[in-house]
Design a protein around this ligand. Structure first.
Ligand code: NAP
Length: 284
């Protein structure tokens, strides 16, 4: 799925850059400038969600960037309380109005909320919204293999991506493999453990590897994802960090270093907020 020039190609033929901008906490007028700065630094995919309270400024930044619309990819998500087919379909339209965009490049079901059991209905709404041109690429987030198999069986449509928690303390390699087997690209959320939720950027092994390659810990983590065939969406409001993160390829980690990073995994204890998708319920 990795193609040349640091891009991924998806199972529907769409192409993603190797890194996008995460936007949790990026809000308001200041947030618009932060997204604009990212676009000026070369970011071409912005990851948002209705639950981040910033879809409006994402649309605003896209317009103010003066970049051709087709050069920017906007990816957003369906909240858990809108999984019923009709609600999901209308919600996508509402979300578009919020951003002021005519279509989304990528749209994901945010959480499966398996106890409600309506995620397959939501998936059907995404499939139909794609057919009507409201969305280019459809995918999911936090889906376990059984959730993936159910929506594929019920619709015959395989998601293009699955956005899941993945960082060195919770590498989720099991799910990366499960996605790969189904032709789905894994996206890593919280690649740095959200900064304050864990200390992965200060980890001694990561720092040692960073020194060896003359790179920063953030760049090592992003390249570890890239070499595993995983797309990442690091959040940064800081122009220096944004630049550092987008310049994270162009070197190759040796197998032994990848294995050292993989060995930092803490299993379930490594999750930043203990959100097991089989248990977690997104109420909004
Ligand atoms: N689908 C889901 O359920 C889900 C869940 C969580 C997150 N997400 C998505 O994933 C994105 C990323 O995850 P996240 O926001 O949780 O956190 P993250 O990207 O793991 O970490 C962000 C933190 O790292 C810092 N940082 C960024 N680049 C850095 C660098 N080069 N050096 C040092 N520090 C750096 C940021 O500070 P500065 O801003 O100061 O740079 C911020 O404090 C989210 O924003 C969101 O779009 C999706």
């Amino acid at each position: 799925m990795i193609i040349d020039n640091n891009h991924f190609v998806l199972n529907d033929g769409s192409v993603l850059p190797y890194v996008g901008l995460g936007t949790i906490g990026i809000k308001g007028d200041q947030g618009t400038f932060e997204i604009l700065n990212a676009l000026n630094s070369g970011y071409r995919l912005i990851d948002t969600s209705t639950n981040y309270d910033n879809e409006g400024i994402v649309g605003e930044a896209v317009r103010r960037s003066r970049l051709p619309r087709e050069e920017i990819l906007v990816s957003t998500k369906l909240p858990g309380s809108y999984h019923a087919y009709d609600q999901a379909f209308l919600f996508i339209q509402e979300s578009l109005r919020r951003t002021g965009l005519k279509y989304f490049d990528k749209y994901l079901i945010h959480w499966p909320n398996p106890k409600d059991g309506k995620y397959a209905e939501a998936w059907k709404a995404l499939v139909d919204a794609q057919k009507q041109g409201l969305i280019r690429t459809i995918g999911v987030s936090n889906f376990e293999p059984e959730h993936l198999d159910r929506i594929i069986a019920e619709t015959g449509v395989t998601p293009a991506t699955n956005q899941v928690e993945r960082h060195p303390y919770f590498n989720n390699n099991r799910l990366v493999e499960a996605d790969k087997k189904r032709g789905i690209l894994t996206e890593s959320w919280s690649p740095f453990g959200r900064g304050y939720l864990n200390d992965v950027l200060d980890n001694a092994t990561i720092k040692e590897i960073a020194e060896k390659y003359g790179r920063t810990p953030a760049q090592i983590i992003l390249n570890w994802n890239y070499q595993a065939g995983v797309f990442t969406i690091p959040k940064s409001s800081d122009p220096t960090h944004q630049k550092e993160n987008i310049d994270s390829t162009g070197f190759e980690l040796a197998r032994e270093d990848i294995e050292r990073i993989d060995a930092l995994d803490k299993g379930e204890d490594g999750r930043v907020e203990g959100q097991d998708p089989n248990e977690y319920h997104e109420y909004v």
